[in-house]
Ligand binder design. Structure first.
Ligand code: ASP
Ligand code: MG
Length: 424
């Protein structure tokens, strides 16, 4: 990311005088011209109140999906370099339009591409990793009093070509920009109001969290909670940045994803932070292939292996979060074939230090068993237990485990939500 010197210098006050606000707006927050105008208004208001503003923007609405569709309409195997050249355009459009909207409001903004903003990555097109950000132009534009709009999701590789950071990568861009500027807070504006103890579309009485620890959020994100890209949380951990995830459609506070437990109210008496799930969690088999070959082939494409079991005929493995098409393309490249064994989903109980809490594991597995849900694979990390279950049982498993571990919201909270008597 930024060099340690940059950060130290900023901390000593030797670089920028007042810390700028670092914001990120997701695709739904910039989905159309009216929303872009609303974003521009929020930025201009903050700037007029005396703060520098750096905003990292995603592509408008579902436009990245549309660009992917265009690429595959042209070619079944688009060259990754050209795919990046195409996909990166979405974020450039958002930033240029937002800059125009700011100008309409009588302020000045400067849009910067990843390359212009000094965002360097490795050369893994489609799934590049951030290497460093040299935010010279961001600082200059701030010093000139401009609102700075940085394209999310993109950077520049060692050979000067545009790269993209993997789907959802604008979250990582935003946290990295904050780190590079020596700012210890990053606000992510999105279409959900907060982080919940489970997906509220599956568990309507899931609890809204006002704060959650970095490590818990990382486990939730890795287990499928789609509110934040896992890599952005990793960056927040390594650079000590607090993330405030909040709705771009209201002024309400959302969830603070914090370094330390201070102010953490979590889920009250429960030791479980939340229940996460994934609708698709395939188990693959690659015949006549060694474990090392599989791991290397997937790593080449930036895909991480979940479980890996050598069997007599080859290897069985999972690749959490990766599309089956990506997995077969990766193995194809080394002359191996990955066959999807079973269409599964997964449900995870997130609880830090779960290795020292056998009771949590026992209760989770007993609850699933009592409900007739038979996990096909169980994996653990230091912060969660994940059970692969038939896709059709994912929702039931999430509700069941939420009931098992997360105490129901107390009555006073419910009555707080009732409209005041005079509103009737
Ligand atoms: N526009 C990219 C995507 O849809 C990156 C992002 O929005 O974070 O994945
Ligand atoms: Mg996103």
């Amino acid at each position: 990311m930024s060099t340690r010197n940059d950060i130290e210098a900023a901390r000593r006050g030797a670089v920028a005088p007042a810390a700028p606000l670092v914001w990120k707006f997701g695709g739904s927050s910039v989905a159309d011209h009216d929303r872009l105008r609303a974003v521009a208004e929020r930025m201009v208001a903050a700037q007029r109140s005396g703060r520098g503003v750096v905003a990292v923007l995603s592509a408008m609405g579902k436009s990245t999906d549309q660009l992917v569709g265009q690429a595959y309409a042209m070619s079944a195997r688009p060259p990754m370099r050209e795919l990046d050249a195409l996909l990166s355009v979405g974020e450039s459009i958002s930033c240029a339009l937002a800059s125009m909207a700011v100008a309409e409001l009588g302020s000045r903004a400067v849009s910067l591409t990843g390359a212009q903003a000094g965002v360097s990555t490795d050369d893994r097109h489609g799934n590049a990793r951030l290497v460093e950000i040299r935010p010279q132009r961001i600082r200059e534009a701030l010093a000139e009093g401009a609102i700075v709009l940085v394209t999310g999701f993109q950077g520049v590789g060692p050979d000067g070509d545009v790269t993209t950071l993997g789907r959802g990568g604008s979250d990582a861009s935003a946290v990295a920009v904050a780190a590079a500027l020596g700012v210890d807070e990053c606000e992510i504006f999105t279409d959900v109001p907060a982080v919940f103890t489970a997906d509220p579309r599956v568990v309507p009485d899931a609890r809204r969290l006002s704060s959650i620890r970095h490590e818990e959020m990382l486990e939730m994100a890795e287990a499928g909670a789609a509110v934040l890209q896992p890599r952005s949380v990793e960056l927040a951990v390594s650079h000590g940045i607090d993330i405030h995830l909040r709705s771009s459609f209201s002024a309400e506070e959302g969830t603070w994803i914090r370094r330390e437990a201070a102010g953490f109210e979590g889920t009250g008496s429960s030791e479980v932070a939340g229940i996460a799930h994934r609708r698709q969690e395939s188990i693959y088999t690659a015949d006549d292939t060694g474990a090392g070959t599989v791991v290397a082939a997937l790593a080449e494409r930036g895909i991480a292996v979940g479980a890996l079991v050598p069997i007599d005929t080859g290897v069985r493995f999972t690749a959490p979060g990766a599309e089956p098409a990506e997995v077969s393309a990766a193995l194809d490249a080394v002359g191996a074939v990955a066959k999807v064994d079973e269409e599964l989903g997964s449900v995870s109980v997130v609880s830090l230090g779960i290795a020292r809490k056998p009771d949590v594991v026992v209760r989770a597995l007993a609850a699933l068993e009592a409900a007739g849900i038979a996990p096909r694979l169980i994996t653990t990390t230091p912060g969660r237990i994940t059970a692969a279950v038939p896709s059709s049982q994912v929702d039931d498993a999430v509700r069941l485990l939420h009931r098992t571990f997360i105490p129901a919201a107390v009555a006073t909270i419910v009555s707080d939500l009732r409209p005041p008597a005079d509103a009737a």
